[in-house]
Ligand binder design. Structure first.
Ligand code: GLP
Length: 264
């Protein structure tokens, strides 16, 4: 895994945006996997800025979101559909028809999940998947114990996740949905590149487990160690418990020099 350590949240967000923008410029019809949560909001603001100020075009981009609460319609203020419109889609030129999120209102969930996977396949697969990490190490809503080969499905949320996400809901955690539809770990691992973002001291422990710990279904982000092209962009605080932190910094600097100047 390539590990990039930036000074703070702003620098992490700008670095991530630079990677996403370069990939869109390289392939304007990019299939972009998107995440919710507080972490990618800075990345999304940077992309909006680049769309407005630098002409970064989303007109041919297709998006697939990782997950959605089960039971919330897309108009609900706390739905991930609403979150994505508010923080990204309403401000860039991505065509409505190119946007995909799991539908939290479907009755036949299993049929819907199979169809979501089919739509990803028909779009040619996800080129770049943006990921955050939950406090319990989850990616998407793949809670501890999720099979590392899991596919898109209905899942029950862990008590820790319900508590963590309660901050986005006005009332107490009673209002937080107990279930969600999420891409599986196996689905995520099929993306051609994964971009894992983490910021803040409260993520430091779980980031160290995901990047340097054993690959285990108890920390589903650790499955990214099996992925050939994962880039983790962390701020200093989230990177603070990595044992090999200095090595990652050294390696990034050396590789940058070599790419710029060749082996001589
Ligand atoms: C939710 C989302 C995850 C996200 C996680 C972390 O559980 N399903 O995709 O990574 O929250 O959120 P935050 O970035 O706010 O810490």
């Amino acid at each position: 895994m390539r590990v990039i350590i930036e000074e703070d949240y702003g620098a992490m967000s700008r670095r991530a945006a630079a990677i996403v923008a370069a990939m869109i410029r390289d392939k304007p019809a990019l299939v972009l996997g998107l995440a919710t949560g507080g972490t990618p909001i800075g990345l999304y603001s940077e992309l909006i800025h680049r769309n407005r100020e630098e002409g970064l075009a989303f007109s041919r981009v297709t998006t697939f979101n990782l997950d959605e609460y089960y039971g919330l319609p897309p108009q609900h203020e706390q739905s991930y559909g609403h979150f994505m419109r508010k923080h990204l889609f309403d401000h860039i030129n991505v065509p409505e028809g190119n946007i995909h999120l799991p539908d939290g209102t479907v009755v036949d969930v299993d049929a819907f999940c199979r169809q979501y996977e089919r739509m990803i396949d028909e779009a040619g697969g996800v080129d770049l998947q943006v990921l955050g990490i939950g406090a319990d190490g989850h990616i998407g809503f793949n809670e501890p114990g999720s099979s590392l080969a899991s596919r898109t499905r209905l899942v029950a949320l862990g008590t820790r996740t319900i508590k963590d996400n309660a901050r986005f809901f006005q009332s107490n955690d009673q209002a937080v949905p107990r279930a969600a539809i999420t891409m599986g770990v196996g689905t995520i691992l099929e993306a051609r590149t994964c971009l894992l973002l983490a910021s803040g001291t409260n993520k430091a422990g779980v980031v160290a487990q995901a990047i340097e710990g054993p690959i285990t279904s108890q920390v589903t982000a650790s499955a990214l160690q099996l992925h050939p092209h994962t880039i983790a962009i962390l701020d200093q605080r989230a990177a603070s418990l990595l044992r090999r932190k200095d090595e990652y910094v050294r390696s990034e600097t050396l590789l940058r020099e070599l790419r710029a100047g060749g082996p001589g």
